[in-house]
Design a protein around this ligand. Structure first.
Ligand SMILES: [Fe+2]
Ligand SMILES: [Fe+2]
Length: 465
């Protein structure tokens, strides 16, 4: 076996990225389709002896017989694949050289849909692939029952799992099976608490996920990110685990009122549907109260849904003549920041962190609580965790840790993901405060980058984090 290692590495990244995209956005989403055709290409590029083979035993991942190293593929991708393979009792997946896009998407759907709690999960998967007419993907069963594999359980992976679970639960609740379904409520509450726990464990890992930007930001993703930014402020305010849970839930449901009218989801043009848009706070509060459970968290959520556009100076909508609830004031900041920094139907290029924060600074005291805004800016840092940056050395990195204490906010710790010559380096973290013998910084940030400028898919970006 000679030749470059790169096709193998790409195959792992594409497989991980595509399965994640299909999980996150569903199969019909453009991102999933792009992922699948990218995966097809990487499979073809890695073909040796008429097939590309992904074999996994325990935590060891092999592509065409070569063991993939964590340094090459990232713990997230390898951990995910090894856990998902073993969950389905698969040892090897063979992609044959004649593979088509239909084969691949049929396999992906069967793979994600199979009930992993069944004893005959492997046999079910084989059946489902056959039913879907998948011809050129075959699987081999993991024969001996090995004890639970040592899954690469690091915090980042945990954070990712919490995030995805949250995303799925919120998507279901928001999309809208209804809050009157008690199971959905419970699921949402559990997902938020899970997210809070992950957050308390490793705040930076969870926050990095809020940097994931898709081109058409769905309401559930917006809600989840507003939830994460709100938790960041709550944490700085010293809220307890329970208080954070309530804050998270309220942030999550702040735009619930938009789900009632499909056309109401985006901010309308000058006149168009302005009145329905203006109604969403009250509609949301009604939906949250209507579900009938006197649960304190839901009560707070109803208040926040009602007040999140009311503004600190009470000049927003709906008009109120009392001081806004603390939770509403936190969520209003998170909501505005999230909206400014993502693409929208009415704004193709999102604002950078710096631009968004300076726009918001101008409104501090009118739109937002000035004290809470300061807390938010301090917690977020100039370059929030997860931001992609281009360095003066030509390298590209992802911000890992925001500076604290006396350190300069413009000098975070960065993980290099692309070297100056365009290669993927082994995992290296550099502190931008490091200087040479003349006391000049070794590296500085030139600009921030959008993930699509560097990575082929959101999955690759997540894997690099
Ligand atoms: Fe809103
Ligand atoms: Fe919102």
């Amino acid at each position: 076996m000679t030749g470059s290692f790169l096709p193998h590495r790409r195959l792992v990244a594409a497989l991980f990225g595509t399965l994640k995209l299909m999980q996150m956005y569903g199969r019909e989403h453009d991102a999933s389709r792009d992922g699948l055709s990218n995966l097809l290409q990487t499979i073809h590029a890695a073909i040796e002896d008429n097939e590309s083979r992904v074999g996994i035993r325990g935590s060891r991942v092999q592509v065409n017989g070569r063991t993939m190293r964590t340094a090459d593929c990232g713990t997230l991708a390898l951990g995910f694949l090894s856990a998902e393979w073993s969950r389905r009792m698969i040892e090897i997946v063979r992609f044959r050289s004649d593979i088509t896009l239909d084969d691949l998407s049929g396999f992906g759907i069967a793979f994600l849909d199979v009930d992993v709690s069944r004893d005959d999960v492997f046999e079910q998967l084989v059946k489902e692939c056959a039913r879907r007419g998948v011809r050129n993907v075959t699987i081999e069963k993991l024969e001996e029952i090995t004890p639970e594999p040592v899954v690469l359980e690091d915090r980042r992976q945990n954070a990712m799992r919490g995030y995805l679970r949250g995303l799925r639960a919120f998507k279901e609740v928001l999309s809208f099976k209804g809050l009157d379904d008690k199971k959905n409520q419970r699921r949402a509450r559990r997902a938020v608490q899970g997210l809070v726990d992950r957050f308390l464990e490793d705040e930076t890992a969870v926050l990095a996920l809020a940097q994931i930007r898709s081109h058409d930001v769905k309401l559930f993703q917006h809600s989840l990110h507003v939830c994460l930014y709100s938790l960041l402020v709550g944490q700085r305010l010293g809220m307890s685990r329970r208080q954070l849970g309530e804050l998270g839930l309220a942030a999550l449901f702040h735009d619930l009122g938009k789900t009632e009218h499909e056309e109401n989801r985006t901010r309308p043009g000058p006149k168009k549907q302005w009145s329905t848009f203006k109604d969403h706070p009250a509609v949301g509060a009604r939906l949250l109260l209507e579900e009938g459970t006197v649960h304190e968290g839901m009560l707070k959520a109803a208040i926040v849904a009602y007040e999140h556009h009311a503004q600190f100076d009470r000049n927003g909508f709906p008009r109120v003549d009392y001081a806004l609830h603390l939770t509403s004031r936190v969520v209003a900041i998170a909501d505005c920041y999230e909206s400014l920094t993502t693409t929208r139907a009415y704004r193709e290029i999102p604002y950078t962190t710096q631009e968004a924060l300076s726009l918001m600074q101008a409104k501090s005291g009118t739109l937002f609580d000035p004290v809470l805004f300061k807390v938010f800016v301090n917690a977020l840092g100039v370059y929030p965790v997860g931001t992609l940056v281009e360095l003066s050395t030509g390298e590209v990195g992802i911000v890992q840790v925001s500076p604290s204490g006396d350190a300069k906010p413009s000098q975070p710790t960065v993980r290099i993901v692309v070297t100056a010559t365009g290669e993927l380096p082994p995992e290296t973290d550099v502190n931008l405060a490091e200087t040479d013998e003349r006391d000049e910084p070794l590296r500085s940030i030139l600009r921030t980058l959008a993930h699509h400028e560097v990575f082929g898919s959101v999955g690759d970006y997540v894997a690099a984090m």
